[in-house]
Design a protein around this ligand. Structure first.
Ligand SMILES: C[S@@+](CC[C@H](N)C(=O)[O-])C[C@H]1O[C@@H](n2cnc3c(N)ncnc32)[C@H](O)[C@@H]1O
Length: 229
């Protein structure tokens, strides 16, 4: 997908409207998905949040006491600038933002107690490289927790989903963000991405074990967990 070559720039363009659109277009369900994702994490000291964006997942894990320190990695400086503002406004300590590519991280092997990623994997140019990097930087015994969109399998839900994602969401996204392509890309990227058992297979190939997935809201999103043994 051509947009993936310039993904940081795409998110830089929509950073200012990203949070509002996310919560508005999902009727705040995205907040519940992040809470459920954090609930599946162990309590640890230092977490790497890959594709941290505007830091919603990092904020949730700090507020729930699941992490003492979060290092966030992202390719969009604008998304991270908004995340930083939010973290400061909330008076939270312990988040550092690092510009970089999930497929080629600058961190040492076995650095983090846990790794998370919310709605980031779908945007990687190469999913397997991203998962292998998450595995490399995670300490043995650590857990990776990934939240990603998926495509519902129930036919009536799928029909509603198709109308919403191909018509309603791109229209509202285009009007509010004033970006012609970003929200069409969202729909295309979800449909062409793997989910469920296929995603677990990619995790296994990256080296993870004890992988599990939990569909959320009729399978519109899914949480994946796995361990580095
Ligand atoms: C849909 S946003 C998700 C942000 C945040 N995790 C959340 O839950 O709202 C996707 C983020 O992934 C980042 N991203 C995409 N590809 C990336 C890569 N290869 N390396 C690092 N960040 C990446 C984008 O810049 C963007 O901030």
């Amino acid at each position: 997908m051509e947009e993936k070559q310039h993904i940081g720039q795409l998110f830089d363009r929509i950073a200012g409207t990203y949070d509002g659109l996310n919560h508005g277009l999902s009727l705040n369900i995205d907040r519940r998905w992040r809470k459920k994702t954090v609930a599946k994490m162990p309590s640890v000291r230092h977490v790497l949040d890959v594709a941290i964006g505007t830091a919603d997942l990092a904020i949730e894990m700090l507020q729930c006491g699941k992490a003492e320190q979060v290092t966030g990695l992202d390719l969009s400086r604008q998304m991270m600038a908004i995340g930083k503002e939010k973290v400061e406004r909330l008076g939270l300590k312990g988040v550092d933002f690092v510009f970089g590519n999930a497929q080629q991280m600058s961190f040492e092997d076995n650095t983090f107690d846990a790794v998370t990623c919310a709605f980031g994997c779908r945007n990687f140019q190469n999913l397997d490289e991203g998962l292998r990097e998450m595995y490399r930087v995670l300490k043995p015994g650590g857990q990776v927790t990934i939240l990603e969109f998926s495509y519902p399998s129930n036919p009536p839900v799928r029909a509603c989903y198709d109308i919403y994602f191909t018509r309603v969401l791109p229209f509202i996204g285009r009007v509010v963000s004033r970006d012609k392509t970003a929200y069409t890309y969202l729909n295309k990227s979800v449909k062409s991405f793997c989910w469920g058992e296929q995603f677990l297979q990619h995790m296994r190939e990256a080296g993870f074990s004890t992988e599990q997935f939990t569909p959320l809201t009729f399978g519109i999103a899914t949480v994946y967990t796995a361990l580095k043994s």
